[in-house]
Every structure is written in structure tokens, then in C-alpha cells.
Design a protein around this ligand. Structure first.
Ligand SMILES: Nc1ncnc2c1ncn2[C@@H]1O[C@H](COP(=O)(O)OP(=O)(O)OP(=O)(O)O)[C@@H](O)[C@H]1O
Length: 582
């Protein structure tokens, strides 16, 4: 059914040039807008970064080529290279300034970038001011000028379909999974070794490049440019498109671009007749539509359409050769050494010079009353928080001061207190994210689908880990559809998929029912018997007492006691602090 739909879509795209010129022109515009919206789907829908500046990138591509080909009589193809380089440069600078900041800085920065470029286009006499630049040459391939609108339509859709294909491939890859993880916050992607900032930058530049390409094609199709198609209002329109079409899917960009283009043309004809004035009244209708979509079709039209389609084919988990594995430390060897670690939050000392060790093959529990500093200690070990003082060593290597992605590279893997999975992605894909550091397939091989053998190996490894934790049968269901207990186990499978030497579990039993806790305990015992080392922060005393080899107790940021479970159980200080003297 999905394949039939795809073939029907391709056939429709191929047949549009047989229709009257109005539809061919409309089809060309839809192709251009789809390209820009596609970049925005990746940037906003998938990665969670809102940009109002995509029309400005389109303008940058269009104006660069317009100036170089008219004033300097350069070839449009050479102008394309310069336009792309300029766009990449601008996106890198803009991204470097804003992507680090998070929050509303990116939308605000892209908004101001969109407005400034629009005024620049309109003010500089070299760019033709508000009148724009005309006499832009037609594109030529092998000496043949593409003046026929139908041929140009095919060129636009060739580029657009290639971009769609590349984007789909990218999302179904090692880097794509890490990009999809970014929406859940930087911590998840970084915990598996991905550099969140680098990924955001790549997505930002990629979406800018798509905008630039669309702008370049636009300039040589119209053979004339002026500032109005690249203003901030058009940037907002692109956001309309993906919100209405579906920001989470590449098909959302096609649906949104098509719907908004047709509606805009229709409304621009009808509304002035009804209202009796000319103006951009269609914006009001778009606003109402957005509200309706958000109210009744959250996720956009594509999400609604997808309900009627058969599920996507399952991930191919056939036979494949094993991924390389790291040498595990020998049982009993010192593995983790926390040495006088300290964390101050302003005047509050959350962790006061705490020291303890974990040997290979042990399960060690870190307990303490609320606010004792357990999670802070945990985050100091995993690198999520910078320490004020002290050090952490993994084996012989100092890991304190390193970024979480660097620490993950050295063999430390973790789960989260509040489960961090990508709910719309299948269980196996979530687990595959854990293997990020075990392969090095890049964007190029992903985009051109040259990564299939490695993808099969990663899928086979993820399937193996799911079998190890007993979740084999849930492999192909969306992770968000599982009960909390199973989601926590998926997180453990994902951590195992990174082939760790040390597993950090942050309150794995929180929110679980009795039976789920028993299953979790069985799994952890099995992992210990396989030689895995585990440091576990947990509130549930009974759960820990029957499971762990040793316990470290914290209170008010300090280490209160350390010992075997039965020693801790009868330690008066611990009973006083942790159990209120019961
Ligand atoms: N980012 C932060 N900024 C300021 N104070 C913080 C921050 N994170 C934690 N704290 C404070 O540090 C202390 C220790 O908190 P932490 O979360 O490590 O305790 P915990 O033992 O894990 O508690 P719980 O079991 O309730 O999760 C608390 O007083 C907490 O309010």
C-alpha cells in the first residue's frame, strides 16, 4: 500500500507537465517550497530547532546567483557553487552563535537574520533595491538552455526528489537516529557518544543548503528576483506548511507545500472579492487552519493520513557479522574510582568530597534520603554536570572534566531517572542508538544509502541485546507504546548495545510494579553473572538489599556509610538518616 502510494505520487509528479501551464507553474513552485519545507522538517520537526529564516537562505541563494550572473556574467553553475559556499559559511556563523544557547535564541536569531537580509536586499542599489534584478540568464545543460517551463519543472522535481530520498536515508542511519534523539534533549544523544552541537550544526547547515538550492532554482526559473519572496512573512509561511502538513515527516513538507500553495492562490482570488479590499488576508485563514490542525490533528495532516496506511516494514534483522567488542576488565579489578568529588550549586554544596570505588563485576548501590546528592554524584560520574573539585577515574584513566560523549567513548553507559526514549521510533531503533560509537558511518554514506551492510550489523546487535533482556518480541513496536517497566528495560538494552564496561542505572525501579521490579532484579542478576559492572542509584531499599554486592549511603551530600547490605541494614547511623531511626 505504501509502495503503491509512492508510485502514484511519482506518477503524478511525472504527469503534471501534461496539464495546462497554470498547473506546471504551480507544480514548480510546490517543488521549490517542498525543498525548503523539507529542511525545516528536519530542523524543526525532527530536531526541535525552530527557524524563521529559511526564506532568507532561499533569498541568499537567489540573490547570489542573480548578482554573479548579471553583473559579473558568471555561469549559473559557478554561481551555484559560490551561493552554496556562502550559505554554508553564513549558516556556520549563525549556528555557532546561536545553537549553543538553546531556548528561544535560535528562533529569535533566525527571525532577526530573516528581517535584516530582507532589508538588505531591498536597500542596496547593487541588488536593485525594491525593484530587484532582472535579465537573469536561463540555466543551460550541455549548451542547451532550459527555457521550457516543463523541462524546468522536471529539473526542480529531480532535485527535490533527490533531497527527499537523501533525507529519508539520512534519518534511517546512525547519525539520523542521533539527530532524532536531539529532540529529547542533548543528554540522551550525548550519553551514547554523539556530539549534540555538531549534529545540530549539520542539520542547520543542511536545511540552509536546501533553502539556497531552492532559491537558486527559483532565480533562474523567474529570471528576475526582488526581496518580497524572501521576507520574514514567507519564513513564517514555511513554518505554516510543515505544521499543517506534518512537521515530523518528509511527507509533511510535500503536503504542506501543496496545500499552502493552492490555498494561497485560491484565497488571494476569493478573499478580496468577499472583503472588498486587497491585502494578505489569506494569512488570517492560515492562522485559523493552524489552530484547527493543532486542536484536532496534532502532528499535521500526514499523521492523520498515516493512520490509514499499513505499518512501515520492520527493520531488517537478518544474519550479519558481529560488531567489534571491547575487552572487558577482569572480575575484581578496580574499575571506577570516585576521588573526593565535590559539587557546589552557588552557595549549596550538593556533594561534599565523596569517595568510593567499584570493582569490575560488582553491583554497587548508591542510596540516601531525598536530596542526599545521589543524582548529582551520578551526573558528575557520567559527565553531565561539571565538578567543582575532585576526580573520577575509569580504570586508569581520569574521566572527570570530559564531556559525556567522551566518557561514553571510554565505556561508560547509562540509563535515565526519567526514561528517555524516542517514543515514535521502534524499540529496536532506540536500542540501535546505543551502538552509535561502535561504527563510524557518516552523513555521506547514509545519504547515498551506502551504509546498508553496517546498518544490518547494528540491527543484528540491537536484536541480540533485546533478546538478552527478554524483549525480543517487542522489537518492532513503537517504544512509547510499552509500559514503563518495559521502557526502562529498553533503556538498559540500549545501554548494553554500546558494549559498556560500566553500566550506570539511575533509579531503574522507580514507578515499577512489584512484578516488574522482580523482572528487573532478575535481569540485573543475569548481567552480573555475565560479568557486567553496575552502579545503581535507587530509592527502593528492599529492591537493592537483595540485589547488590555493596552499598554506599549518602546524606546531606556526604558519604555516610559503605558496606555489605547486611552491614548497612543494621548500621544505626543509616537507620537514623535514611529510615528515620525505624
Ligand atoms: N541544578 C541544580 N541547581 C541547584 N541545586 C541543585 C541542582 N541539582 C540538585 N540540586 C540540589 O542539590 C541537592 C542534591 O540533589 P540530588 O538531586 O543530587 O539529590 P538526590 O539524592 O538524588 O535526591 P532524590 O532522591 O530526591 O532524587 C538538593 O538539595 C538539590 O536541591
Amino acid at each position: 500500500m505504501r509502495r503503491v502510494g509512492l508510485i502514484a505520487f511519482l506518477a503524478l509528479v511525472a504527469m503534471i507537465p501534461l496539464s495546462p501551464p497554470f498547473y506546471v507553474t504551480m507544480g514548480s513552485y510546490i517543488g521549490l517550497y517542498t525543498m525548503v519545507a523539507l529542511g525545516l522538517v528536519l530542523l524543526t520537526g525532527v530536531t526541535g530547532l525552530t527557524s524563521f529564516g529559511q526564506a532568507a537562505f532561499m533569498g541568499l541563494g537567489a540573490y547570489t546567483s542573480a548578482v554573479l550572473t548579471t553583473t559579473l556574467s558568471w555561469s549559473p553553475w559557478l554561481a551555484l557553487v559560490i551561493a552554496l559556499l556562502l550559505t554554508i559559511g553564513v549558516a556556520l556563523v549563525l549556528g555557532a552563535v546561536t545553537l549553543r544557547m538553546g531556548g528561544h535564541y535560535l528562533p529569535l536569531a533566525t527571525m532577526s537574520w530573516g528581517i535584516s537580509l530582507f532589508f538588505l536586499f531591498g536597500s542596496l542599489p547593487e541588488l536593485g533595491g525594491q525593484t530587484g534584478l532582472s535579465d537573469i540568464p536561463a540555466l543551460a545543460i550541455a549548451g542547451v538552455e532550459l527555457r521550457d517551463e516543463r523541462i524546468y519543472y522536471y529539473l526542480i522535481w529531480l532535485v527535490c526528489l533527490a533531497a527527499m530520498w537523501g533525507t529519508v536515508n539520512l534519518l534511517d542511519s546512525r547519525e539520523g537516529r542521533a539527530i532524532r534523539a536531539l529532540k529529547g534533549g542533548l543528554h540522551m544523544a550525548e550519553a551514547f557518544g554523539a556530539s549534540g552541537l555538531r549534529l545540530k550544526m549539520v542539520v542547520f547547515v543542511y536545511s540552509a543548503v536546501l533553502g539556497c538550492l531552492a532559491g537558486w532554482l527559483y532565480a533562474h526559473m523567474q529570471r528576475f528576483v526582488n526581496p518580497s519572496p524572501f521576507g520574514i512573512n514567507v519564513g513564517i509561511e514555511f513554518l505554516f506548511m510543515i505544521t499543517i502538513g506534518g512537521a515530523g515527516s518528509i511527507w509533511g513538507s510535500v503536503i504542506g507545500a501543496t496545500l499552502v500553495s493552492f490555498l494561497k492562490t485560491a484565497l488571494q482570488g476569493i478573499l478580496p472579492k468577499i472583503i472588498g479590499h486587497t491585502g494578505n488576508f489569506e494569512t488570517i485563514i492560515f492562522g485559523i487552519m493552524i489552530l484547527m490542525v493543532l486542536q484536532w490533528m496534532r502532528g499535521g495532516i500526514w499523521v492523520f493520513v498515516e493512520r490509514f496506511l499499513p505499518p512501515k516494514p520492520n527493520k531488517d534483522v537478518g544474519e550479519a557479522s558481529d560488531l567489534p567488542v571491547r575487552t572487558q576488565p577482569r572480575r575484581g579489578e578496580p574499575l571506577l574510582r570516585v576521588d573526593g568529588i565535590r559539587k557546589e550549586f552557588g552557595g549549596l554544596v550538593a556533594v561534599k568530597n565523596v569517595s568510593f570505588e567499584v570493582a569490575a563485576g560488582e553491583i554497587v548501590g548508591l542510596i540516601g534520603p531525598n536530596g542526599a546528592g545521589k543524582s548529582t554524584t551520578f551526573n558528575l560520574i557520567s559527565g553531565e554536570l561539571p565538578r567543582t573539585d575532585g576526580n573520577v577515574y575509569l580504570g586508569a584513566e581520569k574521566i572527570s572534566g570530559l564531556r559525556p560523549s567522551r566518557i561514553a567513548r571510554r565505556g561508560l553507559s547509562r540509563t535515565f531517572q526519567h526514561v528517555k526514549l524516542i517514543p515514535g521510533m521502534t524499540v529496536i531503533e532506540n536500542v540501535m542508538l546505543g551502538a552509535y560509537l561502535r561504527t563510524n558511518e557518516g552523513f555521506f554514506s547514509a545519504g547515498f544509502r551506502l551504509n546498508r551492510t553496517m546498518e544490518k550489523r547494528v540491527a543484528a546487535e540491537a536484536a541480540r541485546q533485546l533478546k538478552r533482556v527478554g524483549l525480543e518480541e517487542s522489537m518492532h513496536v513503537p517504544a512509547g507504546s510499552l509500559p514503563l517497566g518495559k521502557q526502562r528495560i529498553v533503556e538498559i538494552a540500549r545501554a548494553l548495545c554500546s558494549d559498556p564496561i560500566l553500566l550506570l542505572l539511575d533509579e531503574p525501579a522507580a514507578g515499577l510494579r512489584y512484578k516488574e521490579k522482580q523482572e528487573l532484579a532478575r535481569l540485573l542478576e543475569q548481567l552480573r553473572s555475565e560479568g557486567m559492572t553496575v552502579l545503581i542509584v535507587e530509592h527502593d531499599m528492599e529492591f537493592l538489599m537483595n540485589l547488590v554486592d555493596r552499598i554506599v549511603v549518602m546524606e546531606f551530600g556526604k558519604k555516610l556509610a559503605e558496606g555489605l547490605p547486611h552491614e548497612i541494614r543494621s548500621n544505626p547511623e543509616v537507620l537514623e538518616a535514611y529510615l528515620g531511626g525505624v
